[in-house]
Design a protein around this ligand. Structure first.
Ligand code: IPD
Ligand code: CA
Ligand code: CA
Length: 277
């Protein structure tokens, strides 16, 4: 009887904790998105980071500050990794991974493809993710084992099974990667065969649009953890597949990402690695 009671108790404590974490995640995402929307199409300072046109704006800093304030107030001991500030290390098993504005170049040109992206890891496993584009009013949420949602409606990946019939999306790094099977070579190979490959300029939105079935696949050669933390969970929870270019389970701490509906995964991976097409 005693062990049953203990596991019942532990189960309810963990559900309660998850509800609290989810509420903080949503509050933090909304706080960041409020800043994004406030500055969108307005006046803001812009400066350059490493690489050509790798921008950071006053809005990125304001969104990051607002997000971190919410998390710090509710979980002061949690580990935070955020694009503009870097690591705020603690011994906590929880780690918040924040991109205050993903799609900053779009944002700074008034292009409405930009968002706040926040993922929450527990002991190295992505537990929750939120991606919010307040300009298009699209709020994506995923919870490990519980599915992915767009504005509270469950989403699923597409069902296309051949690359030639697919609609894909990719991104290019700010500093061009000159390597075998680099981003432009893969892009050229696909486009020469007539495969539509879009470039939206926000990896988090690219991933969410795969999760929502708008794209059949997304690949990018050089991403950072904050670009993909929330979005890769979104794709997995929508029934898709996410790996590195070798086909290993995806880790946001290495650069290569391939996210698909699962059906075109192996074929697209072969093409990316130089296979004929
Ligand atoms: C960038 C976007 C873009 C991707 C770049 C990222 P940022 O993030 O996600 O789509 O191609 O690799 O750095 O700079 O807008 O946060
Ligand atoms: Ca980013
Ligand atoms: Ca960013």
């Amino acid at each position: 009887m005693f062990p049953v009671l203990v596991s019942w108790f532990l189960y309810h404590v963990s559900c309660y904790l998850c509800i609290m974490l989810k509420s903080t995640l949503i509050k933090a995402t909304v706080a960041g998105a409020y800043q994004l929307k406030h500055f969108f199409n307005g006046e803001f300072k812009i400066s350059n980071k490493e690489g050509m046109n790798n921008l950071v704006t006053e809005a990125d800093h304001a969104a990051e500050k607002a997000i971190i304030e919410v998390i710090r107030e509710e979980y002061p001991d949690h580990f935070i990794l955020s694009e503009e500030t870097g690591e705020m290390r603690t011994n906590s098993e929880f780690k918040w991974i924040i991109d205050p504005i993903d799609g900053t170049v779009n944002f700074s040109n008034g292009i409405p493809l930009c968002c706040v992206s926040i993922g929450l890891e527990k002991q190295g496993e992505m537990l929750l993710g939120c991606v919010y584009n307040p300009i298009m009013d699209e709020f994506y949420f995923a919870q490990k084992g519980m599915g992915a949602f767009l504005n509270d409606k469950k989403i699923t990946v597409s069902s296309k099974s051949e690359v030639i019939k697919s609609c894909l999306v990719t991104g290019f790094p700010y500093t061009y990667l000159d390597e075998p099977n680099g981003p432009l070579q893969v892009f050229e190979k696909l486009v020469r065969r007539g495969v539509p490959v879009r470039r939206l300029g926000s990896a988090a939105i690219d991933l969410c649009w795969v999760a929502a079935g708008r794209f059949d696949g997304f690949y990018e050669h050089n991403l950072q953890a904050w670009d993909s933390a929330a979005g890769f969970l979104m794709v997995e929870e929508a029934g898709g597949k996410v790996t590195d270019y070798k086909g290993n389970p995806y880790s946001p701490y290495q650069p290569h990402l391939l996210a698909t509906n699962g059906k075109i995964h192996d074929e697209l991976r072969t093409i990316i690695n130089g296979g004929s097409f």
